[in-house]
Ligand binder design. Sequence first.
Ligand code: FAD
Length: 377
Amino acid sequence: MRFDTVIIGGGLSGLTAGISLQEAGRKVLIVSAGQNAMHFFSGNFEDIGPARDRVSALFAAAGVRTNAMDGFQLMPMGSFRPASLTLEDVTVFPDEHAAEKALIVNFTGFHDFYGTFIAEALEKAGATCRIRFVRLPEMEHLRLSPSEMRSVNIARAMDEYWEKVVGDIRVLHKDEDLIILPQVFGLKDTAVLDKIRTALPARVAFVGTMPPSVPGIRTQMLLKRRFEVLGGTFLMGDEVTSAALHEGVVSSITTRNLDTARIFADHFILASGGYFSKGLVTTPTQVTEPLFGLDIAYPENRSDWYDADFFAHQPYMDFGVKTDAELHAIKDGEPVQNLFAIGSVLGNTRKEDFGTAAGMAIRTAFAAVDTIKGGNV
Ligand SMILES: Cc1cc2nc3c(=O)[nH]c(=O)nc-3n(C[C@H](O)[C@H](O)[C@H](O)COP(=O)(O)OP(=O)(O)OC[C@H]3O[C@@H](n4cnc5c(N)ncnc54)[C@H](O)[C@@H]3O)c2cc1C
């Protein structure tokens, strides 16, 4: 099997790179082992910087609707975080004075949405809040078990019952100018968000729940579909298990499911994520990149890995694969000519050039793609 580019990891960075290359007419394979950070996504693409317009266009073509607007996102625990590109689920407020009066609505038995924290934050900024619960007989089977009463299961039920919920909220609503709901709507597409906004008598803000993230899962699904519609091949639930790397060039990889079959490509992109996705692995003495054994930027002295103050910035979050200016991964001090590292596997090693978080995942994906497209590898 031969491709122009093989991408290891189908999270935000891998999919952004894969879609961009397919759009440019390249033949791309993405191998993706499992869950990724999008499944826990807040809906805010932090630090998107100069990539905002380019990625908004890529998202729009995939059916992922965004707000490209500077302001603040109301977080699940009640804090406000700066935002400049969010999924359309997220209401972006100009400042922390989000409302005069807010009605916060939750579902009876749903413990992954913290109305009290949200009310505290809004009240601190001068609002008055009421928290109310909606109970649907149709959801009793979920309520019987707390492990079933999760955001994704509620979202599935909401495809059918959202009108009933809206009816109940209309009865609860008095004179509030803001209605806050958990992000449990629109698992497959966002049409229901518009319908709810139109049907309710005040501005609606959907606020994040504890994971899993319904908007994040939907986004990942839409991006994957776009990649496949463009002709890309996505091996879901498979894992790259070995790579042939000789004299600074990768020639092929193997995967767990395809056994001994070798997959060849001109370029390889490592988008395998950070500790969370096992793109980086730690032992008590070492931080490693498990597939290629790439060079990692981190201090040898373990006491420099973390800050004893739990709430301080933790140095280990910065560790990641070393790269040259064009994001070629470095092994044994030398750049690998056709291997690029993008996204969380870089930690914060390229913060000055590409920022952090989702913004970094997207910006590094674009940078690697541009080098590949320019033929400058
Ligand atoms: C829990 C969590 C929540 C976050 N929320 C936000 C947020 O709300 N906003 C924000 O701006 N940033 C957030 N971030 C930062 C986040 O890192 C980026 O947003 C971004 O999604 C990372 O994308 P990625 O593609 O680099 O890595 P990941 O999303 O981690 O994806 C890597 C993928 O590679 C796969 N993989 C690993 N090894 C292999 C292998 N050998 N073969 C095949 N596949 C492999 C993994 O299974 C995984 O699917 C969050 C990070 C985490 C960990």
